[in-house]
Design a protein around this ligand. Structure first.
Ligand code: SF4
Ligand code: SF4
Length: 345
């Protein structure tokens, strides 16, 4: 008997642009996202049919790891409940966006209009198939542009689900503010810079001040102060991979009372070099981040693509890091700009 399982197989649902899956996790080899319904565009769901599909899949998983879940890091020792309830949600169906990040293929697709998932979740709750206490991840595109976004967030938080929102921060959401006040939300904003000019270069829109104002409002609302508002910096080789921009970023987070940040590397770049053999200066930038994190007493999360890259470090830490001008000079000698990518824009 196979003891490995995953709560998403048991009680998870993921809404994609044109399908419904157990989860939104994809793997490099194309596995992941076990399919529940294909060709889906927001219709009410036959929940009994959905749970029958889940039950069949769980029975198969109990025998042997199913194809989609092989090698998934979410697969752990897990006791399936078969309770025919949904507790964890991913909303990944909105591809519309109010930014146009140079590294984003979603934005390039022109902001496809998404379907309205609010009646579907309302129906789930009304019919007794909902279980409180889970988490809903709202991502995109830009999730605040989803039809009935605020109504959906109010509905979920009032019924006992915590939310995690990956947002550009350009559009302020009162429902997210309300959830932060109740300590029921985590907000992740990928700023990728600390200055207006670099923001415009990356996001292709003049919204730096607006985003900073919205971050401030979310931080003020956050019950655990800034811990529930996390700012992300994606290293984009050739664009924001310099000490000046990182200094600007740290100045800004201090100003905004942010205590938690996340660091990652641009995904196409990481993939292009198979998560290894990237330009050596990337590792020195991570050292610089870690130095500032320590100095400023900030919590840092290293996201997955960067952690794969870090496993293949090809340059030693430098003692020059104590002397900024020398470190800057050394860093610049290690940049291999031939390895910069052409991004979408
Ligand atoms: S094991 Fe991985 S791929 Fe399978 S349902 Fe869980 S998260 Fe998704
Ligand atoms: S904010 Fe997100 S979805 Fe929008 S363009 Fe940037 S990366 Fe893409």
């Amino acid at each position: 008997m196979n003891e490995k399982g995953c709560s998403f197989l048991d009680k998870g649902i993921d809404f994609e642009l044109d399908k419904v899956c157990d989860c939104c996790i994809t793997h490099n080899d194309g596995r992941g996202m076990p399919l529940l319904f294909d060709n889906y565009h927001g219709e009410l769901i036959n929940w009994e049919e959905l749970f029958n599909k889940k039950a069949e899949r769980i029975a198969a998983q109990k025998q042997n790891t199913i194809y989609d879940c092989e090698n998934c890091y979410h697969l752990l020792n897990y006791q399936f409940t078969n309770e025919r309830k949904i507790k964890d949600f991913h909303f990944s169906h909105c591809r519309a966006c109010n930014a146009a990040c140079i590294y984003c293929s979603d934005a390039q697709s022109g902001g496809i209009v998404n379907y309205d998932v609010f009646p579907v979740i309302k129906d789930l709750i009304d019919k007794g198939y909902y279980e409180p206490g889970g988490e809903a991840t709202l991502q995109g595109g830009e999730p605040t542009l989803m039809q009935n976004f605020d109504e959906l967030v109010y509905l979920l938080t009032e019924n006992g689900t915590n939310i995690r929102v990956h947002t550009s921060g350009i559009k302020f959401s009162p429902s997210v503010e309300n959830a932060l006040k109740q300590n029921k939300a985590a907000v992740v904003i990928s700023l990728d810079c600390g200055s207006k000019d670099t923001y415009r270069k990356i996001k292709q829109i003049d919204a730096f001040e607006t985003v900073c104002e919205n971050i401030s409002k979310y931080v003020s609302a956050s019950k655990s102060k800034s811990h529930n508002v996390l700012l992300k910096y994606i290293i984009i080789p050739g664009v924001n991979d310099n000490l000046k921009e990182i200094d600007n970023f740290f100045d800004l987070i201090k100003k905004l009372n942010i205590t938690d940040i996340a660091l990652d590397i641009e995904v196409q770049y990481a993939r292009e070099y198979n998560n290894k053999d990237v330009s050596p200066h990337i590792f020195l930038l991570v050292d610089y981040f870690n130095k500032l994190v320590k100095k400023n007493n900030i919590n840092i999360l290293i996201y997955s693509f960067l952690s794969y890259v870090l496993q293949n470090r090809n340059i030693k830490p430098s003692g020059f890091i104590k002397y900024k001008p020398l470190f800057n000079w050394y860093l610049n000698t290690k940049i291999n700009s031939q390895k910069n990518l052409k991004y979408y824009r």
